[in-house]
Design a protein around this ligand. Structure first.
Ligand code: GLC
Length: 480
């Protein structure tokens, strides 16, 4: 039951989320990398709610064998809280799904709680709740990189009916979400990095195809930027991407490095490979984009910052995830029918690489209603719901059959034409480094960021990074 105390807690949680969201884009994460000890950094919630949460502390779900809880009966009113993202249309679509669930389950109230956009900030909010073993969150939207780091806080969804539907989802994602035999998240949507390009401008400047290499992208971006500025648009830029010191930069930089034959930071078999010539060369090249073909502020950009410039018609190219497609085609967009997507460029002699992203739905061990929460998670991740999200928000399904669905393909044609990009995306080294992926990624994006902002060159940055990763992980170093 939702009592006043819980409402107060919820209020605090929302305030915390808003605080994180508000500072996310402007924060200087190089000085204070988030994610390691977020509790120490956020005294607001630490004091009061933690006490109250502890009062209400539930025994961990292990002590309550799965399946024992009765699904809420007719008379029993329960509230489930979904901690969800709010990038682009995410929150509105999640809210709409919650309403459909409530219609079919009139005794259940589903509250959708907005969490910060930036991955490390969102992780900080989640860790606060987990440390307090708080029942305040039931269903958590979790990143594809988190199952290994967070498994201990979630129930095994196989024990709550997921085993029957797991076979419909991409095998690789189910495998990613399985930790020590337990399915810690049901796949919700998958992601891969894409190159967005302006079809009208390519034509105008005589280019007949999107760039195949980063060097080609540089040349095309510079030509178009110069021409558009000469015609009077001083706000025009060649290329926008994610350069802030956060997880999004890990994704972009992994694409540069991997597409140049520089490996995946740490190899799947546990060798630290980042300190190599191909990685150094491409990150130095990317640093040259800042304040030439990309705005100086790009080193503070997240996905939504890049999209804002792009969607206002002020960029020739953008690196982003599929969600930006439906928004680019929406009524308030300045570039409707003036863009397309392609695989990202490659380094000279390399081949294109897209970072694998995506989100899962997990049920907290500290939930008071794990059975009903799992039912909600499975509903939200079902084929019907994934189809709605694919059509309305261009969120890639994790259910393979939806890639043959005509309505889905009509709304997002690139789900068909770029199918291989989605199935061959490069994973971040989250499984091999768990439970220290977040620290690994934080070291990596801070090293890359220091190169982007001109503090050091990539040779020095990656020599230091290699030592830091050896200390953190205790792995050998070697060639990619
Ligand atoms: C997207 C991806 C996620 C990634 C994040 C980085 O949300 O789906 O996997 O970690 O972007 O900003």
């Amino acid at each position: 039951m939702l009592n006043r105390k819980k409402l107060t807690l919820l209020g605090l949680l929302v305030i915390l989320a808003l605080l994180f969201a508000a500072c996310g884009g402007d924060a200087e994460p190089t000085e204070a990398p988030v994610g390691e000890e977020p509790v120490d950094e956020e005294p607001v919630v630490e004091e009061e709610p933690t006490e109250e949460m502890m009062e209400e502390e539930e025994p961990p779900a292990e002590e309550e064998p799965a399946g024992e809880e009765e699904p809420a009966g007719e008379g029993e009113e329960i509230t489930l809280r979904v901690l969800a993202g709010n990038v682009g249309q995410e929150l509105a679509l999640t809210q709409a799904a919650a309403e459909r669930y409530m219609e079919a389950n009139p005794n259940v109230t589903v509250e959708v709680v907005d969490t910060p956009d930036f991955v490390q900030d969102r992780l900080g909010v989640y860790l606060q709740l987990f440390e307090a073993q708080s029942p305040e969150g039931d269903v958590f939207q979790i990143d594809v990189i988190w199952p290994g780091d967070l498994a201990e806080h979630f129930v095994d969804l196989n024990e709550y009916g997921a085993a029957e539907v797991a076979g419909d989802h991409f095998d690789a994602i189910i495998e990613n979400n399985t930790v020590d035999g337990a399915l810690v998240g049901i796949p919700w949507f998958t992601d891969a990095g894409l190159l967005y390009y302006r079809t009208d401008l390519l034509e105008k400047y005589g280019f007949d195809a999107p760039p195949a290499t980063w060097t080609e992208l540089e040349e095309m971006a510079a030509t178009i930027q110069e021409g558009e500025r000469e015609e009077g648009n001083q706000d025009f830029w060649g290329f926008v991407w994610q350069g802030n010191a956060y997880e999004g930069l890990t994704c972009d930089a992994l694409e540069w490095v991997s597409s140049n034959g520089g490996g995946t930071i740490v190899s799947p078999d546990g060798v630290i490979t980042i300190n190599n010539e191909a990685a150094i060369e491409i990150v130095d090249q990317a640093a040259g984009w800042v304040d030439t073909i990309s705005p100086p502020g790009v080193t503070g950009y997240g996905e939504e910052d890049a999209r804002a410039v792009w969607q206002a018609g002020n960029a020739a190219f953008m690196r982003n995830w599929p969600y930006a497609y439906s928004l680019g085609q929406a009524e308030d967009s300045a570039i409707v029918d003036m863009f397309d997507v392609s695989p990202l460029p490659a380094g000279e002699g390399g081949s294109p690489a897209a970072t694998l992203g995506g989100w899962q739905l997990a049920v907290s061990r500290y939930s008071e209603h794990p059975e009903q929460a799992a039912d909600l998670a499975l509903f939200m991740a079902s084929a019907e719901e994934q189809k709605i999200r694919a059509i309305e928000g261009s969120f890639n399904p994790t259910i393979e059959s939806l890639y043959q669905d005509e309505e889905v393909l009509a709304a997002a044609p690139f789900f068909g034409s770029l199918f291989d990009v989605f199935t061959n995306a490069v994973a971040r080294p989250s499984t091999v480094t768990a439970p220290q992926y977040n620290e690994t990624s934080t070291l990596f994006f801070n090293a890359v960021h220091s190169v982007l902002i001109g503090d050091m060159d990539a040779e020095a940055a990656f020599a230091g990074l290699e030592l830091d990763l050896e200390d953190l992980l205790g792995f050998e170093t070697g060639a990619p």
